[in-house]
Design a binder for this molecule. Structure first.
Ligand SMILES: [Zn+2]
Length: 69
């Protein structure tokens, strides 16, 4: 398990996709975060303590755009 670079708390995985009942159950039992189906930046981890997402969006790498898909 990775730790938050800001507060050293535990990071949880962010899972993307349609929030099926199974995923919602996983979120409750495993503490994962459901990211839904965002267009654009998709962080892979989340810190409950400081409510930050990682990796943080780097201005050097603009948001992905899925508009053309
Ligand atoms: Zn943190």
């Amino acid at each position: 398990m990775n730790n938050c670079p800001i507060c050293n708390g535990d990071l949880v995985n962010v899972i993307y996709g349609y929030p099926t009942p199974k995923l919602i159950e996983m979120a409750k039992t495993d503490g994962v975060v459901l990211g839904g189906m965002p267009k654009g930046f998709r962080p892979t981890h989340y810190c409950h303590s400081c409510q930050e997402q990682f990796p943080q969006n780097d201005p050097a790498y603009p948001d992905f755009s899925y508009q053309d898909l």
